[in-house]
Design a protein around this ligand. Sequence first.
Ligand code: AHR
Length: 666
Amino acid sequence: MKLNPNVRYVLYSTILCMLIRLFNADLHAQTVKTIAINTDKSIAKVQPNMWGVFFEDINFGADGGIYAELLKNRSFEFSKPLMGWAVQREKANEGDILVVNRKEENSANPRYIQVNTSNGNLSLINEGFKGIGVKKGLRYDFSMLYRLNTPGIRLRLQLVSSDNKIIGEGTLVPEQSVSGWKKQATSFIAKETDAKARFTILFDGKGQIDMDMVSLFPGDTWKNRPQGLRADMVKMLADMKPGFIRFPGGCIVEGTDLANRYQWKKTIGPIENRQLLMNRWNTEFAHRPAPDYYQSFGLGFFEYFQLAEDIGSDALPILNCGMACQFNTGEVAALDELDPYVQDALDLIEFANGDTTTKWGKMRADLGHPKPFNLKMMGVGNENWGPQYLERLAIFTKAIKTKYPDFKLINSSGTDPEGDRFNLLNTSLRNSKADLIDEHYYRSADWFLKNAGRYDNYPREGSKVFVGEYAVHADREVIGSNRNNWQSALAAASLMTGLERNADVVQMASYAPLFAHVDAWQWAPDMIWVDNLKTYGTPDYYVQKLFSTNKGTDVISAKLDGKNITGQDGLYASAVTDIITKELIIKISNTTEKAQKVTFTLDGKKNFKKNGYLDEMASNNLNQLNSFESPDAVSPKRKSIVVTNKKLQLTLKPYSFSVVKIPYLK
Ligand code: AHR
């Protein structure tokens, strides 16, 4: 075939370009970099709890998320008392559903509804939190508090699918109340699966009944605890083996004002006594309004401690320091009225650790946990700043350290990892010998890469660092699940090699936020996404999990041309040994578009086994996401590796993060 000269020119030059690119790529791959690992000398100990998780009730993380309650506004305490509920009846009668307030008698849970069924065909429908997730064959547990004022009412309970089929049914026949409120429960099995069902209560018979705490839970909660947590979400955490759980936030600790701050004492004991609060994320973002976002505190401080214990993590509560969110009201408690705040902190330590003869230790025992929770640390304030924070912190520190000298306190360095606010706090806190300074950074991928060496020159003595919240944000404007891409996770992994290398300085770290509901989020990116039935981990989830399940015990040196590996040729690396499992663990990211050849020289006296393995995360597409459909699109893939003459040769894929594990004999 004869080609026209123009076409021939384009064709030949395209082929030539391709050959040059291939040659360059190959050349690049052939330039083998040698990374020297000194496998004998421990530079620093890795804290056993170094890699943890940050839990906040944001993005419907608790209510509508991990707390498995399926009915929204079960206690009618939302600002609009019937929000989440619809009333259906043949003919409306004045007062057939009456919202009654008895705040003098019950200030924590003042409202209930009084239902008059005399008109017939009355039903109440709950929409759930963005629908109700129902699983075929699963048991559903309904319960409520009630007073039957006149006999003869029967409740038909129905789960109704999004296409209007009854997919689960039960009945509850209330008994005449002799005195006061009565709790009654019944269970039934669902016949179909639907992520967006609704729940209907149909009233048969004529009469009047008062109802409160109208509740529906799935039968498959974590550890089958009644009215407990969503097992699939807890499992995602348990699989990470996090060293600690930081809770309950975040900004919800501070509240928009002091009246709406988080108060742990109001979150323990019978759930009907836990006073509901509007969630501060309800109104925070005009672009993501969440008018139905409230905190029921069904997941309260006892449950947080229990969760931490269940999954083998240290509990790390963060308490309000007498300051409301400085982005909102910035309200502060007067210094001479700080006592109740400080007392809350002291009482929390007693609640967690005190013996059962103490007031709060007894409370813990009465709630079913006589054994102490062994709380070792607490944060005083979340993202607070300024001299007003330092003044309040000093009062807390004195009171807590006087009573519990070894108890560790985490102090805030504000919202940003640099700037005047940070500098003031960082300097003052170091001067006052703070145990741990909490640094937060939501920054671009580029910032993360540039800061992989941030801690290489930090002071080795004195205050330690807790990176309490961090995540790659493309910029402050671009948010959304589409930002949970491989680029973000790869940049975070690269920075985390710098945290690990400096484990003597950075003693703990947690990505933030943790959970987001696909239909109800306010803030993104987030580590784990859920809907009403399923979960998936983002690439960041897998990066975090690789670090926390391969933390090692001792940092060792890993150098390229005698230098820490903080971006030379787009490489970032750190190494640890695990003296318990007897393994060398190397973490390395290649942030370039090219494959790169590296040789690790394993210097020292250790006798390495020949065969090891590599967990590799890679994608040529930096925008690659995971999703419900492809939850493992970017996730670790295991490969075997061979060590020859104390050398390991690897070709690092373009845009990859790898964790190498090599066992040794001694
Ligand atoms: O993680 C989301 C929010 O970011 C936290 O509530 C707050 O501490 C920070 O500003």
